[in-house]
Design a protein around this ligand. Structure first.
Ligand SMILES: NC(=O)c1ccc[n+]([C@@H]2O[C@H](COP(=O)([O-])OP(=O)(O)OC[C@H]3O[C@@H](n4cnc5c(N)ncnc54)[C@H](OP(=O)(O)O)[C@@H]3O)[C@@H](O)[C@H]2O)c1
Length: 355
């Protein structure tokens, strides 16, 4: 028995210290006390995890909060809880399925029609390591939701963001981008064997490349955009991974894992910092590791790839076609400006397969 005492007590001490230190090691809290009364914040995937805690803190700081979620029951419940806890009545649940371009367009139309301004857009929703699922429009689920969905949404809200400048866009990326590769020949995993880890990493690299290219295109508009890795956070993100699926790991390992990683409340601090902090006013096109500006991986600094990804994404979501149409149709002739008129053309439906 005595031979176990030393290893057990060493393990206990190390584990205890790790738990005590984790909040400091993982970045702490946003120090800014800035309030956002009169500002409108749009947050995607806000019914749980980092998004919900971000929405809660933004509401606490006095903003008008639009929570864009695909499950209205969960979204209404989260919005109600946030209204109750923060006593801010301006927290709204709104349907948004990022796996559907039609839904994204309807959501954006609603925001443009009903909201006077959009000061902060937090592209938070994400899906990680799911099976080889496709979005409604035939894109790989992780590339479609994590990158293309937010690419389309941001572009559709750009006029609003510009009108509300100075305004901010925050893209939730991940440290996982460092092993990501953009396969321009097969973005949607139609030619090669599906690798769900690599699909996630590709989508997170796309988040950083999109951030950098968007920042370039927004120079001089007063709209800034930054990408962030929030740290390792105990959320539902791992729902498709082994840790959550096996009985042993979800009941035995998961509680240990939860003790060692950040709470969603702390995981939301980097998004809050980028959304409100005076320190990052005017900062754009950067990548943050928690709350520290860092250089992203070399492949995320490839300007040619960022520009190419923009053009391909623009074509896939139908924005390129619209730009051409709007050059032909003078402004004011808004026949093509409703969500309903953006049903996919057969060319678009097949464009995912071609790339
Ligand atoms: N947790 C971490 O350690 C970590 C690390 C690095 C980066 N991140 C990034 O942080 C972001 C937030 O993740 P999280 O950890 O808070 O994960 P989470 O708890 O799983 O929350 C993800 C949110 O995204 C929503 N979502 C998924 N698919 C959607 C779709 N098609 N349309 C609209 N919403 C959709 C989910 O809605 P449902 O509840 O309806 O599924 C949920 O609200 C993600 O972008 C993730 O990649 C997280």
């Amino acid at each position: 028995m005595s031979k176990y005492i030393l290893p057990v007590s060493v393990f206990g001490t190390v584990f205890g210290c790790a738990v005590l230190l984790k909040n400091h090691v993982t970045g702490g809290r946003c120090k800014s006390k800035a309030t956002i009364n009169g500002k409108t914040v749009v947050i995607t995937g806000a019914n749980t995890g980092i998004g919900k805690e971000t929405a809660r803190e933004m509401a606490r700081r006095g903003g008008r909060i639009i929570m864009g979620c695909r499950d209205m029951e969960k979204c209404e419940e989260a919005a109600k809880e946030i209204r109750g806890k923060t006593l801010n009545p301006h927290v709204y649940a709104c349907h948004l399925d990022l796996a559907s371009m039609k839904s994204i367009r309807q959501f954006a139309e609603r925001i443009k029609k009903e909201e006077q301004r959009v000061d902060i857009l937090i592209n938070n929703a994400g899906v990680m390591r799911c099976p080889a699922w496709k979005t409604e429009d035939g894109f790989d689920m992780q590339f479609g939701v994590n990158h293309l969905g937010h690419f389309l949404l941001t572009n559709l809200l750009l006029d609003k963001l510009k009108e509300s400048a100075p305004s901010r866009v925050i893209n939730l990326a991940s440290l996982a981008h460092i092993v990501g590769k953009i396969d321009f020949e097969d973005l949607n995993w139609e030619k090669k064997k599906f690798d769900t880890k690599q699909a996630y990493c590709q989508s997170k690299l796309a988040n950083v490349l999109f951030t950098r290219e968007l920042a370039k295109r927004l120079q001089g508009t007063g709209v800034t955009v930054n990408a962030v890795h929030p740290g390792v956070v105990a959320t539902e993100l791992g729902r498709h991974t082994g840790l959550h699926q096996s009985q042993f790991s979800s009941s035995v390992l998961s509680p240990f894992f939860t003790l060692l990683v950040k709470s969603p409340e702390l995981g939301a601090q980097p998004s809050i910092y980028l959304a409100v902090s005076e320190e990052v006013e005017g900062v754009t096109g950067q990548y943050y590791d928690v709350m520290t500006e860092k250089e992203p991986a070399p492949q995320a600094l490839d300007e040619e790839a960022a520009c190419r990804l923009w053009e391909v994404s623009s074509r896939l979501v139908g924005l390129e076609e619209e730009e051409q149409a709007s050059k032909l149709n003078p402004p004011g002739d808004d026949q093509s400006n409703t969500a309903e008129s953006h049903e996919q053309s057969p060319e678009q439906e097949h464009s995912a397969a071609q790339l």
